[in-house]
Design a protein around this ligand. Structure first.
Ligand SMILES: NC(=O)c1ccc[n+]([C@@H]2O[C@H](COP(=O)([O-])OP(=O)(O)OC[C@H]3O[C@@H](n4cnc5c(N)ncnc54)[C@H](OP(=O)(O)O)[C@@H]3O)[C@@H](O)[C@H]2O)c1
Length: 297
């Protein structure tokens, strides 16, 4: 078995800092892929089963960072990521850091700036799955930062997920991508659960509705490229389905919800946006015009 101090060009040694739910899965994937793997965690006992599988446990962050050319960080928050890396002293110089810690884009950029200031290269990754999804062919990870790190460690990164892409030289962009997916998801989930409250209140099985309405629901995704294009061009003219046609449907949804004792806050928010746009003279514009009401003026 390899030890962490040995490494070959084919399988570079990897250090994983942070063995929470996610870091543990990451270290497991590197070990399973045959990489000499060094781990460090604030609570060292969490490393025990990884050590039993061949991982090296470092007593200090400094030793962990010094053990491998690629240093992967997965902790709670980027302030912690930076504080932990700071404790490695000058060991960081010459290393490649892959930070897989979630936070805002500005927080990721701040860690990137500090790490590169220490003479290390920096890549940020936004993992779009939960821990059991690590290693799956369909797992998406958005990367941003050093293209040299992304290219050099491609085979290693593929062990984490089959659909990893470098989307930007800006280390903050992966976080934005992740939030854009989650924001879209929560909007859709809230709309669906509001609808489910209406349906179940009327004694209709929600699963049955989904079977019957599947083509209509699935068609929703098909509208997004058109909306995206209109937003990118700031061109909201449309021959069909303008805001003036959305308004009565949203009003119906609110009246139906009130009649069925279902909370109206979610559709009322939508109606508020539509009304503002119509009052501002945009009644014949596409739904995408509402982007202007999400932007703070
Ligand atoms: N879990 C998921 O499914 C998932 C999915 C996508 C992204 N992520 C992201 O992955 C990152 C890690 O998440 P997780 O789920 O693994 O979290 P977690 O299970 O709560 O573990 C948190 C990790 O951070 C460490 N930590 C917290 N505060 C620390 C401090 N002050 N100094 C040093 N270490 C500290 C913990 O060490 P101790 O063990 O000593 O407490 C532990 O290793 C987060 O940014 C999370 O958003 C997680």
């Amino acid at each position: 078995m390899n030890t962490a101090s040995e490494h070959t060009d084919a399988q570079p040694a990897v250090t994983v800092i942070g063995l929470g739910e996610m870091g543990f899965a990451l270290a497991g994937a590197f070990l399973a892929g045959g990489h000499p793997t060094t781990v460090w965690n604030r609570t060292p006992e969490k490393a025990e089963s990884l050590v039993a599988k061949g991982a090296e446990r470092s007593a200090t962050v400094r030793d962990a960072v010094a053990a491998s050319p690629l240093v992967v960080v997965s902790v709670k928050g980027n302030a912690t990521a930076r504080a932990v890396l700071e404790s490695s002293g000058d060991a960081l110089s010459g290393r490649s850091v892959l930070n897989l810690t979630d936070g805002t884009s500005a927080e990721a950029r701040a860690v990137a700036e500090w790490v590169t200031g220490q003479g290390a290269r920096y890549l940020h990754g936004q993992i779009m799955t939960i821990a059991p999804g690590i290693g799956a062919a369909e797992t998406v990870i958005f990367y941003g930062g050093s293209d040299a790190v992304f290219e050099e460690f491609q085979p290693t990164l593929r062990l984490l997920g089959g659909r990893g892409t470098l989307i930007s030289a800006d280390a903050g962009v992966p976080a934005l991508y992740g939030m854009a997916v989650h924001g879209t998801m929560w909007g859709a989930l809230n709309g669906f659960l509001h609808a489910a409250a209406l349906l179940s209140g009327a004694g209709i099985e929600v699963k049955r509705f989904l079977d019957d309405a599947r083509p209509s629901v699935e068609a929703l995704l098909g509208f997004l490229p058109m909306l995206a294009d209109e937003v990118d061009r700031a061109e909201y003219a449309t021959p069909y389905g303008a805001l003036q046609h959305h308004r009565p449907s949203v009003e119906d949804l609110i009246r139906e919800s009130e009649a069925r004792n279902v909370d109206v806050a979610f559709p009322a928010y939508t109606l508020g946006l539509v009304n503002k746009a119509v009052e501002d003279g945009h009644a014949t514009d596409s739904y995408s015009r509402l982007i202007e009401y999400f932007r703070k003026r």
